[in-house]
Design a protein. Structure first.
Length: 381
């Protein structure tokens, strides 16, 4: 998310905006993953820019996210229509022009392939904050009839595994509602392998079910919380990175070794001019020497301790990945972990940023055919 204070922190003396350092402490992790997906809960409609309640951000934010290693943006959320149809069209045109796959608006679904495994990705939102959906805008709304149709399309297109990302739930509640659980079970029965949620702005639990052989059959992460924002509450400043491997076993693609890691939004303090940063905080040795404000250090430690206790009860089978504190540069971790091994970076934070952005072409017509990934084309149900 992109609130007004983040805009002020990103603006440069020449009027340009810089976001590259926001992700400098986390980018190495993303670059080592095959697929990194985020919920992009803002629009890119062009100036003037604004935060809550009608989000609109500079192009440089999307570019910085891509450069950090994020390669799929989810667009179906309650703020996608904050700047009307122009905001939707210009946002997806921007994503196309910088080579980032996107799902939820003009692309109804994506089919992404790596190492012979074809992943079907779907994205839906509960609503649009009361904004009417124009006839010329395609947006995935939570509707079981439409979702069932989309799942069948993805399966017919050859998906080996389906992930459904939902913008749902109650804001600031760490407990998923009964409706979320019912919908997750319904999606499981429809053939979905994982459900990953957003919108509550705080972490919620992770449910994992197994087949009779002890293999993971279905995973639901009800909410990952915030990745970066200006929301002040400790639980809103903490976010969960969820990761897992997909492997083919006994003729079926399944999840193995799911894990989570904690990140924290480090916000500017006083008049130092420091920008917002996403910090990895599962290992305190990675941030204690970086943050000079001991109250902030104590707040992070207390929040993560609380979240760990929460996850023991609400996500017992989704292990936390921690960096081994005595071998910071040796890339060693506690416990099981997926086959790729991310390394956190602590590169210096630069105060300057220069980047040009090419003009955006109007590629809204027929975007399903021009998007970088295979996409589902909209058709009347």
């Amino acid at each position: 998310m992109q609130h007004s204070p983040q805009l002020k922190a990103a603006v440069q003396s020449d009027g340009a905006y810089a976001y590259d350092t926001c992700f400098s402490y986390i980018s190495d992790h993303f670059h080592r993953a095959h697929l990194v997906i985020i919920n992009m809960e803002t629009t890119f409609a062009g100036a003037p820019y604004s935060g809550y309640p009608l989000f609109c951000s500079p192009n440089e934010l999307a570019i910085a996210a891509r450069d950090a290693g994020i390669n799929v943006f989810l667009t179906a959320n309650n703020h996608i229509l904050d700047r009307g149809p122009r905001g939707v069209k210009r946002s997806v045109a921007l994503y196309d022009s910088i080579g980032v796959d996107h799902c939820g608006t003009s692309n109804k679904w994506l089919l992404l392939e790596h190492n012979g495994i074809r992943l079907g990705l779907l994205n839906y939102t509960y609503g649009t904050n009361g904004h009417r959906i124009p006839k010329d805008i395609c947006l995935n709304i939570l509707d079981t009839t439409a979702i069932a149709c989309d799942i069948r399309e993805v399966q017919q297109a050859g998906a080996d595994f389906i992930v459904c990302c939902l913008h749902w739930g109650v804001e600031y509640s760490m407990k998923p509602g009964a409706e979320q659980k019912r919908l997750a079970l319904w999606l499981k029965n429809q053939g979905t392998g994982a459900v990953i949620g957003s919108h509550p702005h705080v972490p919620q639990g992770v449910d994992i079910t197994y087949d009779h052989n002890g293999n993971i059959e279905f995973l639901t992460a009800y909410s990952l919380g915030n990745f970066i924002s200006n929301q002040p509450g400790p639980m809103s400043r903490a976010g969960m990175l969820l990761g897992f491997d997909l492997v083919r076993k006994n003729g079926r693609v399944q999840i193995v070794q799911p894990f989570h890691e904690w990140v924290w939004t480090w916000r500017p303090a006083g008049k130092t001019g420091k920008r917002y940063h996403v910090l990895p905080v599962s290992d305190p040795s990675l941030y204690r020497n970086l943050i000079k404000n001991q109250q902030e250090v104590s707040l992070i430690a207390a929040t993560i301790d609380s979240l760990r206790n929460f996850m023991k009860k609400n996500a017992p089978d989704c292990k936390e990945r921690k960096r081994y504190p005595l071998n910071e540069r040796e890339n060693l971790y506690f416990g099981d972990h997926p086959s790729f091994c991310p390394v956190w970076t602590q590169q210096p934070v630069s105060s300057t940023y220069h980047k040009s952005f090419p003009p955006i072409k109007d590629r809204c017509t027929g975007r399903a055919d021009k998007s970088p990934g295979a996409a589902g084309a909209y058709s009347p149900l």
